[in-house]
Design a protein around this ligand. Sequence first.
Ligand code: ATP
Length: 473
Amino acid sequence: ENAQLKDIISHAKEYGFVYPSSEIYDGLQAVYDYGAYGVELKNNLKRLWWETMTRVQENIVGIDAAIFMHPTTWKASGHVDSFNDPMIDNKDSKKRYRADVLVEEHAATFERAGDIEKANSLTGALARMLEAEDLAGVRDLIINEGIKCPISGTSNWTDVRQFNLMFSTQVGSVAEDASTIYLRPETAQGIFVNFLNVQKTARMKVPFGIAQIGKAFRNEIVARQFIFRMREFEQMEMQFFVRPGTELEWYKVWAETRMNWHLALGTPAEKLRKHDHEKLAHYANAAMDIEYEFPFGFKEVEGIHSRTDFDLKSHQEFSKKKQQYFDPEVNQNYIPYVIETSIGADRLFLLTLCNAYTEEKTEEKSRTYLKLHPAIAPVKAAVLPITKKDGLPEKGKEIVELLKYDFNIIYEDAASIGKRYARQDLIGTPFCIAVDHQTLEDNTVTIRHRDTTEQERVPISELHGRIAEATSF
Ligand code: ATP
């Protein structure tokens, strides 16, 4: 882990954003809990996504499907047969690795050294072997290239095996009756199996979309980089159903819409890039990722995929229930094509933290603050009486009353005002409202702005409007 990521991880822990799960038992790998400010920030990100994807879109509605689904769902979706990663164990360190990642990282060392040809030949060979399911070939490649385990330093490797990423469990109490079900590895299938329910009951006409936010579970072999790759995480997905033949137009529309959303949230354009997939999954006819430059490099945050009619068609086959839509405009029945946008809430959270984390050093002082868009900041304003006496706390609490039904507000009257400002900077509060003796006379307060540290005098009656304006998206 690099230094910048380390700083962000310790900041997240120290200031109540993210803790390792069950930390008193030394944690559980790739599982994390969100603290007091973390849950606010995450909820704000989810709410913003939800509002821009459902409320302001006249042709998209939401659902909330269960995590458990009929096991046939995952046969139809292809997850039982092919949601696999190839893994390999080092016999000396007993550490498990993703075989494809070992080869890719090895190839990347050649790329960094300028030997692009060698790098490409390695990744090309890997892609061909994975496609042909030639796992012995992948192992030979690892051995022949002399790829070593970073822990033991040896190349004493086991065979390469496929490892299914779905978690399974049993429903039913009696062992003989129990059947295996899975924790969903993506939220999308809950949308596909409800396609007709939603279309009919919400009276939707193609083109239309269904959006969902919910937990997904993957038994990731390589779990690292903090909340970038988790075993339990949250997805925000939208499936947009269109008339066959129009899908590539809609794909363009959604790729652009989603990129603009990231820019509107304050992510700088130079930190974002599109990555078109050259190699497409068998069900896709176009696919791209939106990548963000994390401290560990450009990595996927969101995927936009043109999935054709693969999922609905497959569910029709397995369920023997027609998954067709009658389009009155063209007087035809068809299985719609699908464009999906899929983003991880936790990965977006990490992007947001990385982007907001700011260390400012001048000759006189240094300070750290989170430069969060006010719409997603966990706390919108802190009300801070400059002393604990003379009726200032009472006045402060009156101000809290005025604001707290519409905004998340903190009240704090202990410690020096400077220390209290610094603490609000660390959790990204855009406004500090200082209450002083003048407030008692003329009902004005000082607003201190997080990013500039500038202060201005404003009437209490203007506070609500000011905060509302700044925190709208
Ligand atoms: P990756 O290649 O990084 O494993 P993926 O291509 O498998 O991701 P998708 O299946 O397209 O990812 O999932 C859509 C989104 O869900 C991703 O863009 C990412 O934001 C999020 N996501 C996927 N897996 C995880 C995970 N293990 N932890 C956190 N977020 C995840």
